[in-house]
Design a protein around this ligand. Structure first.
Ligand SMILES: Nc1nc2c(ncn2[C@@H]2O[C@H](COP(=O)(O)OP(=O)(O)OP(=O)(O)O)[C@@H](O)[C@H]2O)c(=O)[nH]1
Length: 201
């Protein structure tokens, strides 16, 4: 079955490939700020789920028979801030100075659309929440990490499976969701739209 990943995320692609799926990658190009602005006081979970739906829907229009999956990840910090990608060293530094030694929640919205004959025959969406216990990098370690550039382009300014792993003391929940796509949740959403995971791996 044709499996379309509506995401530019190399991490999501890697998780799916390691799990036996060879997705067709179609980047949605969704304006995330515009989607967020159209929502009325969404909860963090509602926001990431709405963004995942928007990404999947943006790509689905060109598909005839396929499963289309979209995701969106953000970090909800212990002091209640919802954060995407920091973008700059300054922002990533400020975030780490606040979050070191605390526990945050990495939220990933997921949307699955089942296309048949060019129509959305079925759909399912949900979010996964994973607690992340951050370590406390020394000032030198933090500056070295920032200098690698890795934290700038990932939600929450950290990775679990990359250089950031040195600074994550532990998680409570699904690790694949932190990296970018929850395999167990995606399996459940696929089942809701009549697709068995072994149909796609
Ligand atoms: N490798 C890795 N990437 C992470 C981790 N946490 C967050 N990310 C990445 O951070 C990015 C979060 O931004 P999103 O807006 O959800 O996705 P994106 O990369 O912009 O790509 P789109 O789906 O096309 O929007 C994703 O690429 C995630 O895979 C992690 O622990 N490991």
């Amino acid at each position: 079955m044709r499996f379309v990943l509506a995401s530019a995320s190399p991490a999501r692609l890697a998780v799916l490939r390691a799990a036996g799926v060879e997705p067709v990658v179609r980047v949605s190009g969704v304006d995330e700020d515009a989607v967020a602005a159209a929502l009325v006081d969404p909860s963090p979970a509602e926001l990431v789920t709405a963004l995942a739906v928007a990404k999947a829907e943006a790509v689905a229009g060109d598909e005839r028979d396929a499963v289309v999956v979209g995701c969106d990840s953000m970090l909800l910090t212990a002091d209640g801030r919802l954060q995407g990608k920091p973008g700059t060293v300054e922002v990533a530094r400020e975030r780490w100075q606040r979050m070191a030694g605390t526990t945050g929640t990495l939220l990933t919205g997921h949307a699955v659309l089942r296309l048949k004959d060019g129509q959305v025959a079925d759909r399912a969406a949900a979010h996964e929440a994973t607690s992340v216990r951050f370590g406390t990098p020394t000032e030198d370690e933090l500056e070295a990490y920032l200098a690698t550039g890795e934290p700038l382009g990932v939600a929450g300014a950290f990775t679990l499976d990359g250089l950031g792993g040195w600074f994550v003391d532990g998680i409570d929940g699904d690790p694949s969701s932190v990296i970018g796509i929850s395999l167990p949740l995606t399996r459940r959403l696929l089942r809701q739209v009549g697709v068995t995971v072994s149909d796609i791996w």
